[in-house]
Design a protein around this ligand. Structure first.
Ligand code: ATP
Length: 245
């Protein structure tokens, strides 16, 4: 079993403290949902966990199976089994998506697998999230619609089979069929690979497809409430102001 433990995490961005002592523990197969008002620090938490250089950990620790990985380089964290699907993946023109996927696969698993074998695996997985061959042959996220970007991030996750996946708003801009496909992929990987999740979202609708173990509310850089699915329902009904009163 894998455990990602966030202990008393304080994070600064551009000299300003954004996270003010976050504690979280995510085990294999668990689905944790992180909600919170705009600007509360959800994306900052995901980027700090992955080691983005702008998001400086000033206090606290990130532990993976009790190993302190706080200051590891991002690629080392990825090799150890962490994965982040970005809120807004950036376009990289001139490099095909399929080339990126083969490179990522090789970086994690070594280069002994033939590219054609990886591509055929990618094509199989693509079908499950509704990504067409023409997208695989396009520049990375070049002109992708919002929903296509989200589906592609999930495709990357299915290929990488992480131990712990952080998904930053995987449901934003996704149509109803896409939401189903993404949710099914999340659940499938949990069953087949025991992947544990931190899913950042603003909407309860993804929880209609996924049974979350815990829902947390981040507010002004701190987790101020944790509970079950009923917490997400309450937020939907009363808003953050109403819940946090
Ligand atoms: N690179 C940066 N430079 C300056 N300020 C930043 C940077 N990154 C984040 N911040 C600030 O940190 C705060 C938290 O931002 P963050 O993106 O983590 O919030 P969030 O909870 O993910 O919000 P949303 O729900 O709108 O996506 C915001 O006030 C934001 O402006």
């Amino acid at each position: 079993m894998t455990t990602l433990k966030i202990k008393n995490l304080h994070v600064q961005v551009e000299g300003k403290e954004i996270l003010k002592g976050v504690d979280l523990e995510i085990n294999s197969k668990e689905i944790h949902v992180l909600m919170g008002p705009n600007g509360s620090g959800k994306t900052s938490l995901s980027l700090a966990i992955m080691g983005h250089p702008k998001y400086k950990v000033t206090e606290g620790q990130i532990l993976l199976d009790n190993e302190d990985i706080t200051n590891l380089e991002t690629y080392e964290k990825v090799r150890k089994g962490l994965f982040l699907a970005f809120q807004n993946p950036i376009e990289i023109n001139g490099v095909k998506l399929s080339t990126l996927l083969v490179a990522e696969y090789n970086r994690i698993y070594g280069s002994s697998t033939q590219p054609l074998q990886i591509i055929s695996q990618v094509k199989e997985l693509s079908k499950t999230v509704g990504i067409t061959d023409s997208l695989l042959n396009r520049g990375i996220f070049e002109g992708f619609s919002g929903g296509e970007k989200k589906r592609t991030e999930i495709l990357q996750m299915l290929l990488m089979k992480p131990k712990i996946a952080i998904l930053d708003e995987p449901d934003s801009g996704v149509d109803v069929d896409g939401l189903k496909a993404i949710s099914n992929a999340i659940v499938k990987l949990r069953e087949e690979n025991s992947t544990g999740y931190l899913i950042i979202t603003h909407y309860r609708r993804i929880l209609e497809h996924i049974n979350a173990d815990k829902v947390h509310v981040l507010y002004k850089g701190k987790i101020v409430a944790s509970g079950g699915m009923e917490l997400a329902k309450l937020i939907d009904e009363k808003g953050y102001e109403g819940v946090l009163k």
